[in-house]
Design a protein around this ligand. Structure first.
Ligand code: SAM
Length: 250
């Protein structure tokens, strides 16, 4: 079981996503607990001020350090493996590997920024800063949901067929092989014959080759990283594939 504690100025944003599909079922089964905390509850003044003008001038407002640290200290549990994450476009890029690492914690506290971001001193009270991509969103709520969804999928029992998680893109360093379902022919487009053959060994080999082909074409960077784990035969296949493109992509 993993517990996610989200600290946000906009708790209402989490209502619908937590009520649907896999996350809803995971919560019902007690595999995942998600508690959304309203940051304003941790403010000190009668106006529940959570932000203020930046020192030195400049546009917008900055989220204050005291309410955030008070909230983190309030929700952090003792005696269990806890991780405090600040969502930030300046953080380390979120990957499947990062999700796997986070899934080993029992409590993950997600701090959502807003406005111009948070007072830099907040960094002293979190374990890491995570970005979900090189673009700027209006707040950390959607990134927090991305992390919750990705990490929750890795909790045993959350995804109905566990094998599907192990075969997901990135899990073994490659993109997933192409998939098809009925009908076998659509507007002249045929499903590859091997998938209809019932020959599991051939299907397994085909899927591995197609996963390699897709990854070489779309994500050469992943191939470089997975290189050491590939067999000599697979490396040879990639070399031939690259030659067949005659210097063009890939
Ligand atoms: N002024 C900040 C900057 O330039 O780095 C951006 C602030 S952004 C408008 C407000 C908040 O949205 C951030 O504090 C962060 O919590 C969240 N956020 C925006 N983009 C994000 C991203 N790519 N990944 C994670 N969090 C993000």
């Amino acid at each position: 079981m993993i517990q996610f504690d989200v600290i946000t100025l906009f708790p209402g944003m989490f209502l619908s996503p937590l009520q649907e599909s896999i996350l809803y079922k995971a919560r019902q089964k007690g595999l995942v607990q998600i508690i959304v905390h309203d940051l304003r509850r941790f403010t000190y003044d009668k106006h529940n001020t959570a932000d203020d003008k930046p020192y030195g001038g400049g546009p917008g407002m900055v989220m204050k350090v005291e309410p955030i640290t008070t909230a983190v200290e309030h929700v952090r549990q003792t005696g269990i493996k806890t991780r405090v994450v600040l969502l930030s476009p300046q953080g380390v890029l979120f990957t499947q590997e990062a999700a796997q690492r986070l899934s080993t914690f029992q409590q993950i506290i997600l701090v959502c920024g807003r406005y111009e971001g948070v007072d830099e001193r907040v960094l002293n009270f979190v374990d890491e800063e995570i970005s979900i991509g090189d673009y700027v969103l209006s707040g950390g709520e959607l990134p927090a949901m991305v992390i919750i969804d990705t990490v929750a999928r890795l909790v045993p029992g959350v995804v109905g067929d566990e094998a599907s998680v192990h075969e997901d893109s990135f899990t073994n360093g490659l993109l997933k092989y192409p998939q098809y379902t009925r009908p076998a022919t659509f507007r002249g487009l045929e499903v590859p014959e091997v998938l209809l053959s019932g020959d599991h060994e051939r299907i397994k080999t085909w899927r591995r080759i197609e996963a390699l082909r897709k990854t070489v074409i779309r994500r050469a960077d992943l191939i470089e990283r997975a290189w050491m784990s590939l067999t000599e035969q697979e490396k040879q296949f990639i070399a031939t594939l690259r030659q067949s493109y005659n210097g063009d992509r890939p």
